[in-house]
Design a protein around this ligand. Structure first.
Ligand code: FAD
Ligand code: EPU
Length: 352
């Protein structure tokens, strides 16, 4: 006989989010099986509570009290589904740690995720914002996912087209927001390594380390990890959620205006438009390493907001609004937040 799902009341989330924000969930459950997930959803429906899925908590800003059932998705499993001379199809359950999954794929001679090494969080959250780094995005290898519909409790299938992936974006942040919990992800990886070394300093670092030798996937993964460790704060030491804003996209006429005023502006073309480096905009606004109370920008990467200790979700939001205001005043560019915000507001319920 299976034991009933354990649901905790007034559960502290401070250790469940990488910004280290104090937050209490009215109800909290860790689910290890699909049946437990279904029980959790039944409970939430009966109590009329919204459901908030949580993986590693590395891309959320949490308010002091969440009048919700927070579900820690802890479904485990990784499988090689098939292999031919070009392609290795793999599947991982949502609760697998992303970085461990990347290392597992490399040890199974399945390539393509090495540039996505060391991104914190769980596999199930990866499609939510189509995680990306060093010139690679999840969508590049994505085949499909399975997600439980919060209303019906049934598992539905989404292929790549249904997911509507974009830069740090998917349908799960837009029209299908708050409607599904992702339970598994299937990817097609390469059977032979196709190094992707075009981004920033990655190619140079690999070349310097290896001399003339062709890099292995593990070499690339290690170089990515080293660059990331240099630039990004380790959440176990300083609370943070990675980049706090997306890199904004502007039209070419807007780019002309900016370029005239700021010839050194860091930007790269995307189709007809330009993507600006938000970190550069914040840095050039004189805000790198600055601090107000417990919240600040990271001294080595202005795009990362850090909790120096004792900050609340509201402190982080207020600080981020100040940054948005100052960058907008200087450059006329609006920065959009990247992490999902869960703040309780009695009128509007949970907002982002
Ligand atoms: P959580 O923070 O737990 O959740 C994020 C959102 O997804 C929430 O809305 C949550 O409700 C939802 N969610 C979580 N699990 C599920 C599920 N199973 N089904 C449905 N919804 C779900 N991101 C990048 O893209 N590239 C980077 O290079 C990068 N670097 C980072 C570096 C650092 C130091 C940190 C702290 C963060 C970084 N991030 C980066 C952001 C973050 O790691 C990713 O967005 C990651 O995918 C979040 O995973 P998580 O499990 O922690 O999600
Ligand atoms: N820059 C500055 N000052 C700063 C920070 C950056 O001038 O304080 C300049 C850098 O010199 C560089 C440019 O901005 O020329 C870009 O910086 P970086 O290479 O560090 O990348 P990023 O654009 O800041 C993005 C992602 C990261 C991802 C890296 C690597 C977004 C919002 N962020 O950062 O993703 O790891 O590229 O691909 O797209 C995340 O999403 O949480 C995240 C960490």
């Amino acid at each position: 006989m299976t034991s009933p799902l354990k649901i905790c009341d007034n559960y502290p989330l401070i250790e469940k989010n990488t910004l280290g924000l104090p937050s209490t969930a009215r109800c909290y459950a860790e689910v290890n099986t699909i049946a437990e997930l279904q029980s959790a959803l039944t409970f939430a429906r009966e109590k009329r509570l919204p459901v908030i899925p949580l993986g590693g908590g590395s891309n959320v800003v949490l308010g002091d009290f969440l009048n919700a059932l927070v579900v820690h998705v802890n479904l485990k499993g990784r499988t090689v589904l098939s292999r031919d001379q070009d392609c290795v199809r793999v599947r991982a359950e949502a609760g697998e740690n992303w970085h461990e999954f990347v290392l597992w794929s490399l040890s199974n001679e399945a390539y393509g995720l090495e540039n996505l090494s060391l991104i914190p969080g769980a596999v199930g959250a990866a499609p939510i914002q189509n995680i990306g780094a060093y010139g690679v995005e999840l969508k590049d290898s994505f085949v499909s996912l399975e997600a439980m519909n919060l209303e019906s409790g049934l598992v539905e299938y989404f292929d790549r087209q249904n997911c509507g992936f974009g830069y740090r974006d998917s349908v799960f942040k837009r029209e299908k927001r708050d409607q599904y919990i992702i339970v598994s992800v299937t990817l097609d990886l390469d059977a032979t390594l196709k190094p992707n070394l075009g981004y920033g300093q990655l190619g140079d670092l690999v070349a310097r380390r290896l001399g003339g030798r062709a890099p292995s996937a593990v070499d690339i993964s290690q170089a990515v990890c080293d660059i990331r460790r240099e630039k990004l704060p380790d959440p176990s030491e300083v609370g943070n959620a990675g980049s706090f804003f997306k890199n904004p996209e502007v039209s070419s006429s807007e780019m002309d205006r900016l370029k005239q005023a700021y010839p050194d502006i860091v930007a790269y073309p995307v189709g007809q438009n330009w993507k600006l480096a938000a970190g550069w905009l914040i840095d050039q606004s004189g805000l790198k390493g600055m601090r107000e109370g417990a919240v600040g920008t990271y001294q080595y990467q202005a795009l990362v907001l850090v909790n120096h200790g004792g900050a609340t979700g509201q402190d982080v939001l207020s600080f981020s609004s100040m940054i948005q205001q100052k960058v907008n005043d200087k450059f006329g560019v609006l920065l959009e937040r990247e992490p999902r915000v869960y703040m309780e507001s009695p009128q509007a319920g949970l907002r982002s």
